[in-house]
Write a protein that binds this ligand. Structure first.
Ligand code: ACO
Length: 354
């Protein structure tokens, strides 16, 4: 029997053509191109058909707008029946309500439902009435319009495009693995996306950016930032937005997002403080764990970017989920085509009958 690895650390579970995370070099390659090049050259709507190509085709990026319009009434009806749930619970309920059989192909159905459900929960969180999608707009521009009730600036929808492309796929992360396990049972794409979303919501995965802002708020007026961080570490708390299972150097997505945040004028003061705080936290983490490189991960600048776009922190993970739906669906299809059930073994350490 092969050796047991807690958390499957270092275990290669699948083969994929979708993305490669090089944790030593700090490099993310997505379908043969570095993430920096994708963000530089593509919007979310031009990226997705290329990323899905050969697995989950769409005839054109115009399909996204039409699909959003088609699914809106369903999403609106489901949300109207939900009371007292958090934004991520609402999005999870909407996704779980989707039928396995639908006129839209399942990858487009899932993406369209996320593209309208996430701005809808932002709108609800801010106390506004839901706004219907506009098929003529890009996903990012329409998202911001539906979420905030006003047309975004070019810088704002460019920042959201950069964010959604950056988080679309990232190797065998926990939520993608969950999506692939479900896909391997032939349960269908909707179930895979729901599984991915459930895994993403935990604070050790996609739930970190809200707490990053809480920390920024707490420390922006603190006279003793260093002392506060040390106390946090001494009491066993983790610095949110730092550390990664694979990266031993800075997560390349942190730099891409920092660049996108820099283009948003509304965040300048916050960004300057966040950069100072990042330096202080990294210094302390190096002293705290000299043998374990702990660097900035994607969630740190995700927090700043989403805050600058005016999203409430309770909805940050939902926005991440929209981007990652592109990855979950492609991985689910890739897994289905292998036709192989994912079914590892466990090592029983309980009692045996005498
Ligand atoms: N702050 C302080 N200490 C940390 C941190 C951190 N952010 N991350 C890891 N450590 C410590 C651990 O406590 C552990 O110490 P120990 O050996 O004394 O127990 C040591 O470093 C090794 O950590 P592991 O738990 O083995 O690292 P793992 O690979 O499991 O963790 C993880 C990765 C979960 C992301 C972790 O770094 C963490 O909790 N970070 C904070 C949450 C966060 O930012 N999550 C978003 C990740 S990016 C994403 O999923 C999209």
């Amino acid at each position: 029997m092969t050796e047991f690895k807690e958390g499957l650390e270092g275990v290669v579970a699948v083969e994929t053509i979708l993305s490669k995370v090089d944790g030593d070099a700090g490099r993310l390659v997505v379908r043969g191109r570095d993430i920096e090049d994708w963000v530089e050259g593509d919007t979310f709507d031009t990226f997705v058909p290329k990323f899905w190509s050969g697995l989950a085709d769409v005839s054109s990026d115009k399909d996204f707008g039409a699909a959003r319009v088609q699914i809106f009434a369903h999403v609106e009806a489901i949300l109207a029946g939900l009371r007292g749930l958090s934004p991520i619970e609402c999005v999870r309920a909407v996704m779980a309500s989707l039928p396995d059989e639908h006129e839209l192909p399942p990858h487009l159905l899932c993406l369209a439902a996320m593209s309208v459900a996430v701005p809808a929960v932002i709108r609800m969180e801010n106390g506004g009435a839901l706004i219907a999608p506009d098929a003529a707009l890009s996903t990012a521009e329409d998202f911001l319009r539906m979420a905030r009730g006003e047309s975004p600036t070019a810088e704002e929808h460019a920042a959201l495009d950069a964010y959604l492309v950056t988080v679309a796929d990232h190797g065998m992360n926990a939520s993608t693995f969950a999506a692939r396990v479900v896909a391997s049972t032939d349960a269908g794409l909707v179930s895979s996306v729901v599984a991915g979303l459930c895994a993403l919501k935990g604070p050790l995965h996609g739930g970190a950016p809200g707490p990053v802002l809480d920390l920024l708020d707490e420390l922006e007026s603190s006279p003793d930032v260093g002392g506060y961080i040390l106390k946090e570490l001494e009491s066993g708390r983790r610095m949110m937005g730092f550390g990664h299972r694979i990266y031993r150097v800075r997560d390349p997505r942190a730099e891409v997002l920092k660049k996108a945040v820099r283009d948003l004028p509304q965040t300048q003061g916050r960004l300057a403080f966040a950069e100072r705080l990042e330096t202080e936290i990294l210094t302390q983490l190096r002293q705290w764990k000299p043998d374990r490189p702990l660097e900035t991960n994607v969630e740190y600048y995700t927090a700043l970017l989403q805050e600058a776009l005016g999203f409430p922190r309770s909805t940050f993970t939902c926005v991440f989920g929209l981007g990652r739906t592109v990855g979950w669906t492609a991985h689910a299809i890739e897994q289905q085509t292998t036709g192989r059930l994912i079914r590892p073994r466990s090592s029983y350490v309980g009692d045996l009958a005498a």
